[in-house]
Design a protein around this ligand. Sequence first.
Ligand SMILES: NC(=O)c1ccc[n+]([C@@H]2O[C@H](COP(=O)([O-])OP(=O)(O)OC[C@H]3O[C@@H](n4cnc5c(N)ncnc54)[C@H](OP(=O)(O)O)[C@@H]3O)[C@@H](O)[C@H]2O)c1
Length: 331
Amino acid sequence: MEFWAMVAHESDGGIVLTKQEVGEEFLGPGEVTIKVHFSSANYKDGLAITPGGGVVRKYPIIPGIDITGEVVSSEDDDFAPGDLVVAHGYDIGVAHHGGYAEYARVPADWVVKLDGLSPRDAAALGTAGFTAALSVQALLDRGLTPEAGAVLVTGATGGVGSVSIDILSGLGYEIVASTGKTDAGDLLSELGANEVIGRLPEDPEAKPRPLTKARWASAVDSVGGKSLAYILSAIGYGGAVAVSGLTGGSDLPTTVMPFILRNVALLGIDSAFVPIEKRRELWTRLGNELRPQHLSTLTQFAPVTDASKVLQSILGGTHTGRTVFSVLGEF
Ligand SMILES: NC(=O)c1ccc[n+]([C@@H]2O[C@H](COP(=O)([O-])OP(=O)(O)OC[C@H]3O[C@@H](n4cnc5c(N)ncnc54)[C@H](OP(=O)(O)O)[C@@H]3O)[C@@H](O)[C@H]2O)c1
């Protein structure tokens, strides 16, 4: 079997992503073979083509942590040709060939049948949208209903941030969006933000305080670093922060004060190794009661052959919302 793919190779200390015709050895081990319709651009895909990015174990690899499309063959009875599916996380796109190719093969227990979502919408959500849903679900599980007060969403124009705003607004939350993009106010309001503020802390030179005036009931944070330390100091009694990312750094210069004096919870969010049953359940919720209402507003489309350019904009912090890569018919 031969098919077209975007393959990341190491070259002269850098990493290049090139269009290439490949063979069976570029299908990973697994029972389910998928004709890929769409993939998408995530921060982790950007890291996969960054020297020292720390996510890919071995090159060459087909990146693309999100795969959506149609089953063409399955050695597992749970799947049949024609099933519309999404697969993401686990080793996909980092240690197992991913979605930037005409075909992908994955283990059956990595695959989710789509329920209420098209492959295009599932790619628009992708890992970022699934992470947003995990973050919102973690706040719900902690009992943080809309009555508790405003939710802060950081990295608001990013994939995790923008989908979180969309989901939270559909659930009736008051939302404060924190963004570094001064021209993003209209977009964020359209998604459902009630207030738009800059990146946090507002004064990066000010001496950090263990606790400051309570400003938000909870937060969805994909930025981390000093921003997260500040947010923890400003969450109200009994609140929580669902933390998934590190675009602002991986250090967390905080104290125990928010935890022991305000009963604040720091809720860790990982999307990669969520067990398959929970993953399938949450995708069903994403297609139904958690379904974002403004997916078309926050999504743009590009051919997968443009992946390198789009991923550079993600790494440069200039990308907004979600970019879906169309794969079917693009090679
Ligand atoms: N734990 C998991 O399973 C999981 C899953 C998905 C993603 N992630 C992580 O979550 C983070 C966001 O992912 P994503 O796919 O949403 O990425 P993305 O689409 O590139 O969005 C990241 C956003 O962070 C903000 N940002 C960028 N550089 C920043 C900086 N230096 N300081 C503060 N904010 C900055 C920008 O938003 P504004 O311009 O609006 O401020 C940017 O749009 C990444 O670290 C990613 O690795 C983790």
